[in-house]
Design a binder for this molecule. Sequence first.
Ligand code: ZN
Length: 498
Amino acid sequence: MVDRVFTNCEVRPLSGDDPASAVAVTDGTVTAVGDPDELLTAGAETVDCRGGVLLPGFVDAHTHLDIVGRRTVEADLAGADGPDNCIDRLLAADDGEGWVLGFGYDESDWDGELLQAATLDRVSTDRPVVAAREDIHTISVNHAALDTLDLPDDGVCTEDGAPTGVLVEEAAEAVFDAIAPDYTQTREYLLAAQEVALSKGITAVHDMVRQSHAPQVYRELDAKDALSLRVRLNYWADHLDAIRELGLVTNHGSDRVRTGAIKAYIDGSLGAGTARLRTPYADSDSAGEWRTDPDALRELVSAVDDAGLQFAAHAIGDAAIDALLSAIESVDAAGERHRVEHAEVLTGDLVERLAASPLVVSAQPNFHRWAAPGDLYDERLGERRGLTNRFRDLVDAGAQLAFGSDCMPLSPLYGVQQAVTAPEPSQRLTVGKALRAYTSGAAYAGFDEDRMGTVTPGSVADFAVLSASPWEVPNEKISDIDVTMTVSAGDIVFDSGG
Ligand SMILES: [Zn+2]
């Protein structure tokens, strides 16, 4: 007995099977892919996909949904063109009580002056106002916040002895502690982020969680049938002891919420010049930093692996990726499906070693936006910019490639566009391969390849319906394609109405 038949669409299963024109769904699972005449049976409901292209729902292998939610609920200051514009946005987002929060301003978009307390007083003089800079290491606050907060001396910027309202380092961290969302706030953020994700055609995420209420919120929403996304929780390594104590292992959980990996930083970022390279940066004498040095890394990989957990290592520089590969090889974790997050600088033999290892490369095609001559990678790496994010080389060598957005921004179609328009042939994928990295590739990173990532009988009925075909629009227009419908377990969970 078929529940629903999705019709009036071009089905691209992304499984190697031919395109079709209808999908039959029963009990949230795909039962047949074919044409409507074949699939429509008495009693089945028809869902009109309005001539769209039906793909498997996107799986985003690297998200921070709390941050997306925060930017959705609070004032989003990204792209503001000056202090006045920031004030307008803060006022518009103000709900009239408690703190007024805004995130993501970048003073290089105007005259280069950071927001000051006197400016933010225009939002409120009696309630605390916080505006975080894009990099979140610098925070501006108003005078009411300066009065309310118990700030350390370190990091409070002053002028003629008086605080300017600009806070860095420890003082900035104290603000983040003070505005850390409680359970109810976290729930509001995650529900808002879920709406954003569904509107982008995302049906599953691998969410990075650390010292937050997010795991509890996801499980509560799941228990109440209020979760439309499927969520894998990748816990930071500082939770490892607790997770072992609880007996949580990778893949444990429900249909919607599962325990994923243990995540740790091996190095920093290229933007900050802290990703660990084999040879120094092009614009400094430094070769970056270890966040987890090779010895500690071996111990951590071994502990995580022994506990029956997947390891997800943030490794960006070539030295960091090298250290991870060596750790995986040395602790005999070579049979397990661990993952490397980002893997941006792939010099020398790293592509071959990654392909030969069982590591999944969980990468961000969005980062190609820094790859052109004169951009960030060029500045930091010089000629090595051509060795960044070598998706084509990785796929050709046989590596397991998963795509995720890191929420920069949360948008698979933006990532796909970047992957197919990258500056170097070694970085560029075909549309089909880029879409697969964002569906079956990401599903594989979460042990879900038999459950999702293709439109195949037996897989969950999670779909993204697009207004146009990514194979037919010009490559540089892919991110302009609208997601018109998102389906989870056969139910429509987002509908653009058009
Ligand atoms: Zn991240």
